[in-house]
Ligand binder design. Structure first.
Ligand SMILES: C[S@@+](CC[C@H](N)C(=O)[O-])C[C@H]1O[C@@H](n2cnc3c(N)ncnc32)[C@H](O)[C@@H]1O
Length: 378
């Protein structure tokens, strides 16, 4: 599907997905997929890692992985060759791809079976909590965004009018929440990870916080939990995700301004935010877009304001098998920028752009969530 299948933003429904329960058959299918993914991403992956370490070439790679004097493409190719000697690793990959495709093969028909209920829900008036939704159809949607089927989602973020239901009632709670895919370890708590990342803001309180590429209300909800006093503004390119986010925030009684904007051009005044948070945004944008987004974040931050950025870890910060796993998503799970963005040392980029007090570190044992944070000079 292409841009032509994007819904008209003015006709997009509002709704919070979890109030529609998907058809039993689809739900059961997704529960199976969630179990399968967490099993392969946990137990099976551990065996694959043992195979990797038992291979003399793998053990040698693991020993000096981050210091090797070779481009990342060569290092990954060597590690991949070792990984693929393990039948366990190959089995893990086969199942990962199967789950990634199958969640939509099952999830979309299960959602369609509930179309009437979904449409009735969307027709309900939005409760008022003081937030706003500013959809701007004049914002240019870059091709990389509209033409990618992210995570193998047919049509991409805006490719199906009921994705809010598919994700919120099915794929999200029954599959993604079990972990075991990409950088997310089996059993990881995605909600808690966002809260842990919000806690990486170094000050005790924040006045105004901005999230470019907010999608819906996931990370801003975490920011609200950690800094209930903060005024929240979130922006994204996807009208569908923004509508879902607005509805969720209003229902939860949290005032958020959602705006359709490109992260490179927020249209916010300079020096107007105390904090900027970017969560799982970097790996969905090409390098040049990332550079411009960082410059824009620096511009809108007040002097002394802080940026907290979290994304999958760079190749340098993980075991070589984990690097191969991250690289795999680029070709096999609709993540075209995973590899190029994992090769970069973002802390250095931020310093070069003028951020100060820049630090990069992992919160989880296998490198995820990975945080890079820094501040605008006083
Ligand atoms: C993986 S989602 C993460 C969403 C959210 N930050 C979260 O924590 O759940 C990546 C988001 O980046 C958005 N995005 C990608 N390129 C963008 C751009 N140039 N400007 C604004 N948003 C963008 C996508 O539409 C998508 O919602």
């Amino acid at each position: 599907m292409t841009n032509a299948s994007l819904p008209d933003p003015s006709k997009l429904p509002f709704g919070q997905a979890k109030f529609v329960s998907l058809a039993q058959r689809g739900r059961a299918g997704m529960e199976f997929l969630g179990s399968l993914q967490s099993y392969v991403g946990g137990t099976v992956r551990q065996r694959a890692r043992a195979d990797f370490n038992a291979d003399p070439e793998g053990a040698a790679l693991a020993q000096n992985w981050s210091q090797r004097n070779e481009p990342w493409s060569e290092r990954i190719a060597k590690a991949k060759a070792v990984a693929e000697r393990s039948i366990t690793y190959r089995y893990d990959r086969l199942m990962q791809r199967y789950v990634a495709e199958e969640v939509y093969t099952k999830g979309i028909p299960a959602t369609e079976a509930r179309r009437k209920e979904a449409e009735a829900l969307y027709a309900q008036p939005v409760p008022k909590s003081g937030g706003s939704l500013d959809l701007d159809p004049t914002v240019p949607i870059p091709k990389y965004h509209s033409e990618t089927e992210w995570h193998l989602m047919p049509g991409g973020w805006d490719g199906y009018d009921l994705y809010g239901i598919t994700m919120g009632s099915g794929v999200g709670p029954l599959v993604f929440a079990r972990g075991g895919f990409a950088a997310v370890e089996a059993g990881d708590d995605l909600r808690q990870q966002r809260i842990d990342v919000a806690k990486q803001f170094p000050k005790k309180s924040y006045g105004r916080v901005y999230e470019p590429g907010c999608g819906g209300f996931g990370t801003l909800a975490a920011v609200h939990q950690v800094f209930p006093e903060a005024e929240l503004v979130g922006s994204d390119l996807s009208p569908h995700l923004l509508c879902q986010g607005h509805m969720a925030a209003e229902r939860m009684g949290v005032k958020v301004s959602f705006k359709q904007r490109d992260a490179r051009d927020t249209k916010e005044p300079s020096n107007s935010f105390d904090g900027v948070i970017m969560y799982a945004l970097q790996h969905e944008m090409p390098i040049d877009v990332n550079m411009d987004t960082l410059k824009e974040a620096l511009r809108i931050l007040k002097p002394g304001g802080d940026l907290v950025m979290s994304d999958p870890p760079p190749f340098a910060a993980v075991h070589p098998l984990q690097a191969v796993v991250l690289d795999w998503d680029t070709e096999h799970r609709g993540e075209p920028f995973f590899t190029v963005t994992r090769e970069v040392e973002w802390a250095k980029v931020m310093k070069d752009l003028g951020f100060v007090n820049v630090e990069a570190y992992s919160l989880g044992a296998q490198g995820y969530p990975y945080v890079v944070r820094g501040s605008k000079p006083e």
